[in-house]
Every structure is written in C-alpha cells, then in structure tokens.
Design a binder for this molecule. Sequence first.
Ligand SMILES: NC(=O)c1ccc[n+]([C@@H]2O[C@H](COP(=O)([O-])OP(=O)(O)OC[C@H]3O[C@@H](n4cnc5c(N)ncnc54)[C@H](OP(=O)(O)O)[C@@H]3O)[C@@H](O)[C@H]2O)c1
Length: 337
Amino acid sequence: MKEVINPAMVPQRTLYTGDTIPCIGMGTFGSDRFTPEQISNAVAGAIEAGYRLFDCAACYGNEAQIGEVFDAAFRKGTVKREELFITTKVWNDMHGQGDVLLSCAKSLRDLKLDYVDLFFVHWPFPNYHAPGCDGDSRNPDSKPFSVDEFMTTWRQCERLVDMGLTRFIGMSNMTIPKLNAVLPLCRIKPVAIEMELHLCFQQPELFRYCVDRDILPIGFCPIGSPRRPDRDRSPEDINDIEVPEVAAIAKAHNVHPAVICLKWAAQRGQVPIPFAVYEEKYVSNLRCVTEDPLTEEEMAIMETVDKNNRLIKGQVFLWPGAKSWEDLWDLDGTITR
Ligand SMILES: NC(=O)c1ccc[n+]([C@@H]2O[C@H](COP(=O)([O-])OP(=O)(O)OC[C@H]3O[C@@H](n4cnc5c(N)ncnc54)[C@H](OP(=O)(O)O)[C@@H]3O)[C@@H](O)[C@H]2O)c1
C-alpha cells in the first residue's frame, strides 16, 4: 500500500505576510531526462503521498500535464485547491511590459488554475536560450542586468497580485548587489527568493541577507542535482551525496545521503524542493522532515562541508562582451555590466 505522510505533520514556514508554506516541496524540472507524463505522474503520486508544495515553471515544458493532475486531484477530492501551494515562473523571453501577464495567463491555463500561490521571475535577465541547448550556446541579443528592465518586469508581477492571479511574488537567481538595487523600489516585496542551495553551496551571505529581511529562501538543487543536464556540469563540481561527512551521517541515520541533504536544508530554515519521479524516493524525501532530525553536532558538521560549488552557473545567459559565468553572480560586490 502507498505510504501517506499526513501533511499536518510537515512543519510549515511563515512568510512575512503571516501566511504559511510547507517546509519542503517537490521540484518539477526533469533535467531533460523525463517526459512530461512521467513528471506529472510523480506529481499525482506526490499529492497522494502528502506533498502540498509544487515548484513549477513555464520553461519546464510540463505545466499542461501537471495541470491535468491538479484538476483530477481537485475533482476526486484528494485535495482542495487552497491546500496546495503552487509556484510558477516567467521565463527569460517573456520579461517586460505585458508579456509577464501573458506568461502568467498561459501558466494558469496550462495548470488549470484560477491563481497560483507564488509567481517568480525565473532569472533576472531577459536573455533567452532554447530549452535543451548545449552549454556553449549564446544568444547575441543577450544583455547584462538592468535595474530599469527588471523593475518593468517586477511592476507586472505586482499587477498580478493586484489582479488576484497570484497570491505572492518572488525572484530567483538573484545576488545581494541586485537585491540591494531593486528591493527599495518594490511596491510589493518578494516573499521568497529561489536560489541554488545545497550542502556544497550554502550561500551563507545571501541566505542570511534574505532571512534578515524576512524573505524566505527556497533552495533548488537541494541534493546537488546529481542527474543534471550536461550543460550544467563542470569537471571541478563536487557531488554532495558523495561527500564523506554526508555519507557518514547518512549511515548513522540509516538513510540515503540525499535524505541527509534535505534534513539539513529544512532544519537550517530554507525550503528545499527536491525532484524525484520514483515513489520510494519522493516519499522518503517528504517523510524525512517529519522524523529523526539531525543533531546539533551533525548540523555543525554539515556547515563545514560547504565548498562554494555553484552547479547552475548560467553561462548560456551571458551577453556579448561578458567574460565568464562569474559575471552573472556579481562576485566583486557590484552589479557586473
Ligand atoms: N529557479 C531555478 O532557476 C531552478 C533551477 C534548477 C532547479 N530548480 C527547481 O529545483 C528542483 C530541484 O532541482 P534538481 O532537480 O536540479 O536537483 P535535486 O532535487 O538536487 O536532485 C534531483 C535528483 O536527485 C535524485 N534523488 C531525489 N531524491 C532522492 C533520494 N531520496 N535518494 C536518492 N536520490 C534521490 C534523483 O535522481 P533519479 O532521477 O536518478 O531518481 C533526482 O533526479 C527542480 O526540479 C526545479 O523545480 C529551479
């Protein structure tokens, strides 16, 4: 029989608005390896297993199939709409005046929803690259970050809130210099920033920056994305689930190292959104936040395994004249243009 985790047992995080969000969710990007049907089947199974948070995006190419699953779950009475927390994101080719509304309308139509819970700006650049392209591809029309361009997009996101099409808005793949530039201009502050967060890439400064401003960090690639596409692989990357300290703690808890990554993430205070299509994996990923927490000593050890190893470097978004992927991440503390 299918294992069900009572959603009431899953800890919740509180947004600055006072509303709550589960402390863990399910990602829906299949890393170019799974069909939309395989992913939507996993979403169906995950709803039954007790997941209530799903991280979707227009560019994942599977919102229509996932929408069928949401619709079926509501009709069947497995879950009510208001019990789910559903995110989506505007892709880089739909920034700016008007297009954000179109993007949201399409996602709502595909997801078969009247509203989403959280609408993200997926990347802070209007730089399109084709889904599934290789890591060397570049778009000659790409541009560096512009506060004005970003705020035009953000104003449209604020309108989505006004129109009741999303409850909350958020940003993704941001840096502290970019946030310093745009947060004072926001009429509606982001409730969350989605960012790469895993044991070997803990981003302590950006994490603290968000927490200090009552903005929730949502962590993508929480297991270190061991099956990510080739374009997101570099020879120097470290595999989180093979780090000796992680493996040792996993052995002590008698679980897969992936589960230790997620326990650490949830206990630290970010919301991890692991992806898995296999039932045994997605069930254990949800169950792990309801039992057998890491000790303080284990949490302290986990803090020491950080290797500042960014996996999703984003080089396909670089603009003509940019030197390397590091230009996307403002490493010298100023916005790279
Ligand atoms: N905002 C953004 O720009 C952005 C960027 C990247 C990702 N995301 C979001 O973050 C989500 C998660 O990222 P991700 O999928 O790249 O990485 P991830 O969640 O760190 O890794 C997923 C992989 O981990 C393995 N796994 C999952 N649970 C496991 C378990 N219990 N035991 C062993 N292995 C397990 C699975 O491998 P198998 O497939 O072999 O089972 C799966 O493919 C995405 O789906 C997406 O929603 C957002």
